[in-house]
Write a protein that binds this ligand. Structure first.
Ligand code: ADP
Ligand code: MG
Length: 205
């Protein structure tokens, strides 16, 4: 079972990998965007980590809705509202439960991804974060590690795609041949689930 503490660790682990990978995310956003994706997410996840450390919410749903609201208010650009919606909608779908199973998280994250698709209008194949998130949700029923691998493969698979949404779409054919920054950061978010669960096992409880 996954409790509020697990979800807090998930957000903390995401914040840590965003710190580690911020330069790479910004570099990916340079040829097909405006070179701010790493710094955008760094600002957002720093705020999330600080808020959750200061006052840890009591339920998994509350951790994610809180994180989502903070991302919306601190991250500029397209990715703030999109990531904020992802986490807020996922948190809402988890409801008030004190603990949830991985299958429930998979279902809730599916609802979150659908909300992102509605907000941004992107479908799989449009070269966005959706291309990492959809395969991750599909694999999450299997294991966190399977979801991590699926998200990573999904991110890599955006390279040959033509961007149809967001700034990269302004480049048309010239967007081909570059990995999408948002799909790359989404893969970090999903990989952080593995980090958060590894800590539980290492804790040996
Ligand atoms: P901005 O494009 O405003 O500078 P960021 O650089 O922070 O915002 O984020 C860019 C990422 O946001 C893209 O790589 C893409 O994955 C994602 N993105 C942009 N528009 C959309 C959309 N309509 N739907 C889903 N994801 C999108
Ligand atoms: Mg950008």
């Amino acid at each position: 079972m996954l409790d509020a503490e697990f979800f807090r660790r998930w957000m903390t682990a995401t914040a840590a990998s965003v710190e580690r990978e911020a330069e790479r995310l910004t570099a990916l956003d340079s040829p097909i965007g405006d070179a701010d994706h790493g710094s955008n997410l760094q600002r957002g996840f720093r705020a999330v980590r600080e808020a959750l450390d200061k006052e840890p919410p009591a339920t998994p749903g509350a951790v994610l809705t809180r994180a989502g609201r903070l991302l919306i208010s601190t991250v500029g650009g397209a990715s703030g509202p999109l990531y904020g919606t992802l986490l807020r909608r996922t948190g809402k779908a988890l409801g008030e439960a004190a603990e949830v199973e991985r299958g429930q998280l998979a279902e809730a994250l599916g609802a979150g991804v659908n909300a992102v698709r509605q907000l941004g209008g992107a479908a799989p194949g449009d070269k966005t974060m959706i291309d990492a998130l959809v395969p991750a949700v599909d694999a999450l029923g299997g294991s966190f590690a399977a979801a991590r691998d699926a998200a990573e493969e999904g991110a890599v698979a955006t390279t040959p795609m033509l961007a149809r949404k967001g700034r990269a779409s302004y480049l048309g054919e010239r967007s081909i041949g570059h990995q999408d920054p948002g799909a790359t950061s989404s893969a970090l978010l999903i990989a952080a689930l593995v980090d958060a669960s590894a800590e539980t096992e290492a804790g040996g409880e």
